[in-house]
Design a protein around this ligand. Structure first.
Ligand SMILES: Nc1nc2c(ncn2[C@@H]2O[C@H](COP(=O)(O)OP(=O)(O)OP(=O)(O)O)[C@@H](O)[C@H]2O)c(=O)[nH]1
Length: 166
């Protein structure tokens, strides 16, 4: 990954909620969900993003809703409670917890081990960042506009808070 800026405020991370039973086109030995968690893990470990907020979109929920009626989530996670294997709320909760756990672990690791910024010759201050989640259907443009507005509002509010103006 090549990054030439160190003042990135926000990363929009889009994952396909409906891909729980799919594997990568380029490598059929890798499950799409494993890849999405792994890339998020890499990004949130990267010290360049020590002050960067993340917004995770659980996208393609419309496709997910149709699929989950027929294909249980245990296809992806065999240990998942079979009673909830068709339950969107429980599944989204599970996926969200996975993302939150990675984010928390990696943020705490940055707190424990401050290192020199690669851009400035100073120690990085403790990370001040957060993660937010939205369940989306990108093709529903009206609803997406509301989500984007919420995200923009969140960015402005957070910048004001960091400047102690809100
Ligand atoms: N039904 C539905 N289609 C979507 C949604 N988001 C994206 N798509 C469609 O999925 C296709 C692939 O979208 P891209 O933006 O190219 O995403 P990609 O990551 O390159 O491709 P995929 O791995 O297939 O998602 C396009 O036809 C999009 O219109 C969604 O939330 N619901």
């Amino acid at each position: 990954m090549n990054i030439f800026e160190d003042n990135i405020n926000l990363i929009l991370y889009v994952m396909s909620l409906s891909a729980y039973d799919q594997v990568l086109f380029e490598d059929i030995s890798v499950k799409c969900y494993d890849e999405t968690f792994s890339v998020f893990d890499d990004l949130t470990q990267n010290r360049i993003f020590y002050n960067t907020d993340f917004v995770v979109f659980f996208n393609k929920v419309d496709v997910f809703d149709v699929k989950i009626g027929a294909v249980p989530f245990t296809t992806c996670v065999p240990s998942f409670n079979t009673e909830w294997a068709h339950n969107r709320k429980k599944i989204v909760g599970y996926v969200r917890t996975k993302f939150e756990t990675l984010f928390k672990q990696n943020t705490e690791a940055m707190h424990r081990k401050p290192t020199k910024s690669i851009f400035r010759n100073t120690n990085s201050p403790p990370p001040q960042r957060d993660v937010f989640f939205h369940v989306t259907c990108a093709t529903d443009t009206r609803r997406m506009q509301q989500v984007i507005n919420d995200v923009q509002f969140g960015i402005v509010r957070r910048q004001l808070q960091m400047a102690h103006l809100a």
